[in-house]
Design a protein around this ligand. Structure first.
Ligand code: FMN
Length: 468
């Protein structure tokens, strides 16, 4: 019978092992202005039918995404050509009271309270990084903005997230139902940390569609008057699901209002990649750019224009992601979540990776050298809890076995002792019998019997005596 290699083995057959010092290491990662860079010389010479370099009509940026938009995804998106990256919504109150901790090894900055609240890497992303906050009040928004100011190049207010974790406290899409509050938050940010303050931060807002085109335009007009620098319109209403088609009816008007107010406008919703973005930007005359979420979540290389090769295959992107994640010591739970979004669900590798508990497991499956510090590679908190439980159970089992062994030993000794005692009492009876036989004829008879081993412990002697 011919044994076929396992899927994992088969995958390995085609893969090189990338050491950390390879061309994939961060030392070689450059910033991203490749969008309008000339094609590589050999492709120009060799392939006359290469696509013409299209005009770049506007920026293509990474959307804010809880979980998926953490540091590693942002850095990789920048590497692949995103012009700006938005961070995941972070609640203003969770930032207030945080300690800012620099990690000299990775160059990252952690905002920490009881746990890690937010990680940024100013040396690699600051000039293109916009911090998005969830807020419901001007004072907490300003306080949080001041805390994070030195590590970011813009503050964005989430005014579109329909999820209960955002809306329950009056944040996200709840602000679209309380426009005076939204305006007061933006006014406060502009006045306290905006471009004309020592913090010099551009303030922006991300909204969803209002119930009608007119209401959407009216809201945008009001928002532009607060002094904001950027505005993103997610072309869905709050109740719309992510898979429902984005509605672009309000786009031309929204773009025009922002253009007239000098506010950079970004379209969001169903933009698939760099080339798609340029088409939308051109079609709706957008002075700003297009923002990508889900397409970037499943392939951060969607920022590479087609004339430069276009999006890369998942295998290469996952490798790059892993190297990026290890270089910033990205938490394993986030790394695993993000790469599982990139590997096609039907691929065997998806199953293998979903079983991984540590960076070593992930690297082993992907045939990569693991550079994640071993002492930190303990898996997710859940894994750690499961491991601790398993260790406790193993210890209890060992203690149970030890107790059982001791009990068995005790019983064995007890049995030995009673055997000895029986022997001794037997001997004593014989001796007594001999002694008595020396004095009377009866005892002589008993002694004779005892000598022939007819006297047994526990009554045999008495019986003999009675007979006699
Ligand atoms: C996993 C995930 C997390 C998201 N988190 C946020 C967020 O933190 N803040 C926000 O304003 N929008 C968030 N969104 C919405 C996206 O930014 C974007 O508006 C939406 O997905 C539409 O863009 P798309 O059609 O390109 O996916 C999130 C979307 C996804 C898929």
């Amino acid at each position: 019978m011919i044994r076929l290699p396992s899927v994992r083995q088969a995958l390995r057959l085609h893969r090189p092992r990338y050491p950390s010092s390879s061309c994939y290491s961060y030392a070689t990662m450059t910033s991203t202005d490749h969008a309008i860079a000339p094609p590589a010389p050999e492709s120009t010479l060799a392939d006359v039918s290469a696509p013409a370099v299209p005009t770049k009509y506007g920026k293509v940026v990474l959307a804010p995404m809880v979980r998926s938009g953490q540091l590693a995804t942002r850095l990789l998106s920048l590497k692949y050509g995103a012009d700006i990256v938005w961070g995941p919504e972070t609640i203003d109150k969770s930032l207030i009271g945080c300690e800012r901790v620099e990690n000299p090894k990775t160059g990252c900055v952690d905002y920490v309270r009881t746990g890690l609240i937010f990680r940024a890497c100013p040396s690699r992303e600051k000039s293109k990084f916009i911090f998005q906050m969830g807020t419901a009040a001007p004072d907490t928004a300003v306080a949080a903005a001041k805390i994070i100011a030195q590590d970011v190049s813009g503050i964005d207010v989430n005014s579109g997230c329909p999820k209960p974790f955002s809306t329950h406290a009056g944040m996200g899409a709840a602000l679209l139902k309380d426009i005076p509050r939204l305006l007061s938050i933006l006014h406060a940010l502009v006045a306290n940390v905006g471009l004309s303050t020592p913090y010099a931060l551009p303030i922006s807002v991300k909204i969803r569609l209002m119930p009608t085109v007119e209401e959407t335009h009216s809201l945008i007009t009001s928002l532009c008057k607060t002094g904001i620098s950027k505005l993103t319109l997610h072309c869905r209403t709050p109740p719309m699901r992510p898979r429902e088609r984005a509605i672009r009816d309000a786009l031309t008007g929204a773009a025009r209002i922002c253009k007239e107010a000098g506010v950079e406008f970004f379209v969001n919703g169903d933009v698939k990649n760099w080339d798609d973005a340029q088409q939308v930007i051109k079609e709706y005359d957008i002075q700003g750019g297009a923002m990508i979420a889900i397409a970037a979540e499943s392939n951060p290389s969607c920022f590479i224009p087609n004339h430069l090769g276009g999006p890369k295959p998942w295998r290469e992107v996952v490798t790059e992601y892993m190297l990026t994640a290890m270089s910033v010591e990205n938490p394993i739970s986030n790394t695993k979540f993000c790469i599982l979004n990139m590997v096609p669900g039907k691929n065997e590798m998806h199953k293998v990776l979903s079983r991984a508990k540590t960076y070593r497991d992930l690297c082993d499956a992907l045939d990569l050298e693991c550079t994640f510090p071993e002492e930190l590679d303990l898996g997710t908190l859940k894994t750690q809890r499961v491991k601790a439980q398993e260790e406790k159970e193993a210890q209890l089992q060992a203690e149970r076995e030890e107790r059982q062994e001791k009990l068995a030993e005790f019983k064995r000794k007890k049995a030995e002792e009673s055997e000895k005692q029986a022997e001794e009492s037997n001997k004593r009876i014989k001796v007594d019998a001999v002694e008595r036989s020396n004095t009377t004829p009866v005892s002589a008879a008993v002694a004779e019997l005892a000598a022939t081993d007819m006297l047994l412990p526990g009554g045999g002697g008495a019986a003999v005596e009675a007979v006699v």
